[in-house]
Design a binder for this molecule. Structure first.
Ligand code: NAD
Length: 317
């Protein structure tokens, strides 16, 4: 990865993509940002709009609408392109259509000579990351899904509220599929260095395990609640994507619960799933294997089984 010009190509300039681009600009997270979309005119309009805001930001970012050839020297290709469910369409049919969308993106990106890191946000994100790895043939370390990064941020925010502690001092993760089978391994949740379960036992009445269960459910249902209120979610995921981007470009070795391909970790192989990972310039530098309880391992395996079943249903033609 080059250090002099931090370049990101974004494919998919819809709500999620543009929330990412807007947050990238405001956080001055790269030097060059290329916007690519099947709707070229939309990408051009978005580039103009962001460029007109440059004067009000502290950034000198070069922003333009481009084509797949522009991915050649990018450090990251972020993908939030996709089609949405048609009335009466099954989830698997939608997945099949999005597989074709991804083929039309990944093939030209790879042909451009791109050698950086793919960052995938399109849902179902664990499966789309796996599809990207398969279609690109890239090393598993260089294909990252946003996974449960946003869910983990929601969890830390809610625990912070519950215990009246700064979320930055809450260490807890959401693991598994970014979806219904995700779960919180409470045995691994800490406030500063004190286990949450121990705090609950000591506090009994006020802060208890039922409170933890409610928080788990609220985290899982958060996206649905937002969709009911405003049709889709995009700011949070856009910012989660920037967080991952900064960990890569800044070679931070930060721990983030991204979607990574397991190769023996947690006793599983050939599945993309949300797990705590060390993320830096090399993409996924290392997956952190937590000591889960038997019950937590069962939940994790259930999530992996569901993801593997779904992935195996896809026809690659
Ligand atoms: P959107 O419809 O606003 O944007 C999708 C964009 O993709 C559009 O601009 C469209 O023109 C473009 N596109 C479609 N086909 C393309 C192709 N073949 N090549 C290039 N571009 C193409 O949708 P959105 O609200 O931005 O959501 C995008 C994705 O992000 C969805 O899959 C959504 O479920 C997902 N999402 C993920 C998370 C997460 O936590 N990972 C959170 C929210 C949304």
């Amino acid at each position: 990865m080059k250090n002099d010009n931090r370049k990101v190509a974004l494919v998919g300039t819809g709500f999620v993509g543009m929330s990412y681009a807007y947050a990238m600009l405001n956080q001055n997270a790269c030097d060059e940002l290329v916007l690519i979309d099947i709707d070229r005119k939309k990408a051009e309009g978005e580039a103009m709009d962001l460029n007109h805001g440059l004067a009000f930001s502290g950034s000198h970012m070069k922003i333009y609408a481009g084509a797949y050839e522009d991915c050649k020297d990018a450090d990251i290709v972020a993908i939030s392109a996709g089609v949405s469910q048609k009335p009466g369409e099954s989830r698997l049919d939608l997945l099949q259509r999005n597989t074709e969308v991804f083929r039309s993106i990944i093939d030209p990106v790879v042909s451009s000579g791109f050698q950086g890191v793919f960052l995938i946000a399109t849902n179902p994100v664990d499966i789309m990351a796996h599809i990207t790895q398969k279609l690109s043939g890239f090393d598993r370390k260089h294909v990252i899904g946003t996974g449960t990064t946003l869910d983990t941020a929601r969890l830390r925010y809610m625990l912070g509220e519950y215990f009246q502690v700064d979320p930055r001092n809450v260490h807890a993760y959401v693991m598994g599929e970014h979806g219904d089978s995700e779960f919180v391994p409470w045995s691994q949740a800490l406030i500063a260095t004190k286990p949450v379960l121990q705090i609950c036992r000591e506090n009994g009445g006020n802060q208890n395990c039922e409170g933890m269960e409610r928080i788990s459910k609220d985290v899982k249902n958060a996206a649905q609640k937002i969709i009911e209120a405003k049709k889709s979610t995009y700011y949070g995921i856009g910012m989660a994507m920037v967080r991952i981007t900064k960990a890569i470009l800044g070679n931070e070795s930060s721990v983030l619960t991204v979607s990574a391909m397991l190769d023996g970790e947690y006793g599983r192989h050939d599945v993309y799933v949300g797990v705590p990972c060390i993320v830096n310039r090399n993409g996924i530098e290392r997956i952190i294997s937590l000591s889960l309880t038997k019950e937590e391992s069962d939940l994790f395996n259930h999530s992996c089984d569901l993801l593997q079943q779904t992935y195996q249903g896809i026809q690659f033609g």
